[in-house]
Every structure is written in C-alpha cells, then in structure tokens.
Design a protein around this ligand. Sequence first.
Ligand SMILES: C[S@@+](CC[C@H](N)C(=O)[O-])C[C@H]1O[C@@H](n2cnc3c(N)ncnc32)[C@H](O)[C@@H]1O
Length: 398
Amino acid sequence: MVNLELSVSTGHPELVATIASEIAASGPIPFARFMELALYHPQFGYYMRSTPPAHERIGWRGDFYTSSDVHPILGQALAAQAEQMYRLLGLPHSFTIVEMGPGKGLLAKHILETCAHRYPLFFQHLRYVLIDRSPAMREMQRRNLAPWLDRPDLLAWADDLSTVAPHGLTGLLFSNELVDSFPVHRVQVTAEGTKELWVDHRDGQFIECLKPLSSDALAEHLDRLNPEWPEGYRTEINLRALDWMKELAQHLDRGFVLTIDYGHTAQDLYRSDRKGGTFLCYSQQSVNEDPFLRVGGQDMTAHVDFSCLAATGEEQGLQTTGFTNQMSFLMGLGVEQMIAKLEQDSPEFNAAIHLLKPNGMGTTFKVLIQHKGLVRPELDGLQYKPFFGSVLATQSAA
Ligand SMILES: C[S@@+](CC[C@H](N)C(=O)[O-])C[C@H]1O[C@@H](n2cnc3c(N)ncnc32)[C@H](O)[C@@H]1O
C-alpha cells in the first residue's frame, strides 16, 4: 500500500509537469490515465523515450529482465510450438507470426534463428511481424534483428493488426509480458461501495484519492466479476486487455493466440487474501509499490486475469485451447532434452533452469493458448497441465 506521508513525486521533470498541468486543467485523473502517461506519453513516457537506451530498461543491468534475457530456450520452444501450429493448419502457403510488445526483440531473434536452422520448410513460409507502440523499442528491435533486415518478405514492423492482414490472418498472434504493461484501473472497496483510485496533484506532489468509478465499462466489468471483497480490498482491472483480446479475435482468420504473462485465473487473482492487489513498480532490479516515485523512470505492472482474457476471446469466437504455466509449457516442448545438452552447472545451464523454477518464473508465468478455425488442436506445449478441470471456468470443450 502506498504511504502517502512518505510519497514524494519525483521523476522526469517534463513528464511530471505535463501530468500536473492536465490535472490542473481538468481535475484528478483516473489512475489508468496516470499510468498511460507515465509509461506511454509520446515524448516523455518510460517506454517511449530513447534515453536511457532500451537495454537499460529491460535486461540484467536494466530495471527488470524478462525470459528472453535469461536464455534462448523460451524462443526455441516457441519456434517448435509455432512449427507444430503450422502443420496443424495444413502447411498454409503463408504463416504469419505477429509478436506484440516485443521489447528488445530478443524472442523474435531466438525464434527466427531456431526456425532458420531447424525448420527449413516452415521458415520458407514464415512471415514475422512486430508491433510495438514505442519508437525507441522498435529501434532496439531493428538492432537485434539486423541479420534479417534485408528480408522484408520475412520480417516487418506494423502499427497495428489491421495493417498486417486487412482480410484476416493465418498464423499465430503472440505476446510475452505485454498485457501486464497495459494501464490498469485500480479500485478499492469502501463502506460506501467500490471506488476507483484517481490521481490528484497538490503542493507539488501526486496523491491518490478515492472517487466514483470513471466509466460504465468499469462498473459493468465489476458487476460481471461479482466479487465478495472485504472493505479495504484493493485490486486492478485491466480493461485495455479486453479490448486488445477483441481486436485479436477480429483479425485472426485461422490459427492461434498465445499469451505469456505474469498472472492467474480470476479465482486466484481476486482471492480475498490478496487484499493489496498485484500492482508493482520496477526500477534497477528492485520492486516498490509507489507509482509516484521516479515518474517516467520506472516500469509499472499488474498481474493478468487470464479467465477474463479467455472469456472475452470465447465471446469473440476464439476457443480456449488450454492454459498452463511456463514450466509445464517448456517441459511439453522438450526443454529437458535441450537442457541435457548443456554442461551441468554452467552459467548457461543455470540460466535455462531459472526459467523453469517452480517457485519463480516457471510458475508465476502462465501461458494461455486460444484457437480459431481448427477443431480440438492438440499442442505439445499443453501436454502437461498443472491445473485441474475447467480452471478458467469459461474453458470450452470445442
Ligand atoms: C515488458 S515489455 C515486453 C518485453 C518483451 N516481450 C520480452 O519478451 O522481453 C512491454 C513492451 O510492450 C510494448 N507495448 C506496450 N503497450 C503496447 C501496445 N498496446 N501495443 C504494442 N506494444 C505495446 C512496450 O513498448 C514494450 O516494448
């Protein structure tokens, strides 16, 4: 919980001034608007600036690291999974992988390298498209993908899905740690009902205040969740994730959606003992809960509600293929054999094991796969299911 007494609004001076002047002009803003500006203000937002360089944001020496910084095995496993999807789709003439929010582009690099070496037929028919809203991150992706830049038939960047395949796409829409970086609404249960956190600016400081819900969409979403949260309970609602899922469903003609992220089923995410929510800020490999520190200089995230993603997909024509965690996903795709080739206790071996840790990345990260235009596809990545029954509640049998 943010301690208002100790909270000091530090951060990128122009960004702080921009947010403060928006508040001065029209009053407090919903927390989701504050997070949008802090991370994605076109000039000063955390992800949008070219200084510091992108590698100082994401990576071992940056604010936080992702699986692709740890070891190429996730990219190698994803390449194997995509190749199986290509076969299940009947070897289409063109199979497009769209990676959304690719960060530094390392997963793309690992996937392309693996496909080029291990799956020549698939590689011949593969088109890889990256969508990232940050020009600074796109620049970093270009650097990491330099060997493929002279192959526009293979590798391309797009602003959004409508430009990738105006008439629907065959292939795989994929993301790793994208959805947890969408701006979230934060809500708190009070004696007068559920209120939303808004951000005000007083005496040179950002402060939070509780006000009525900012939109009907948020109220409707909370009605659908129908929670029994105790007074004081605080959590996050990621409405952007639902719009994003609708967009994916609209643009996928035949194929799969594969989403990897920190997250839980709704049942787990909204447990009554998780009463502070999952909102966190990352800076220089340390974690805090104060969004008003280093505004524009630290990442902000909230865990993903996978039940809601699956339900929204189903309403829009995407069947839920399965839900698992990163450890089981990697095991299903033969990671044991990949690791057996590494020298035991070498840095590479230890890094690969890190991705599988049962009390770490192996289980905190979940993998949701959805499909359209196929009947009951069986995927290697979903062989091992750590969850019982219809854990997503909305999981379909089709
Ligand atoms: C945490 S990073 C993802 C890291 C990366 N996928 C990896 O595996 O290392 C989030 C990325 O998503 C991008 N992003 C955020 N919102 C986006 C959106 N709506 N569409 C496309 N990219 C987005 C950010 O610019 C950033 O590059």
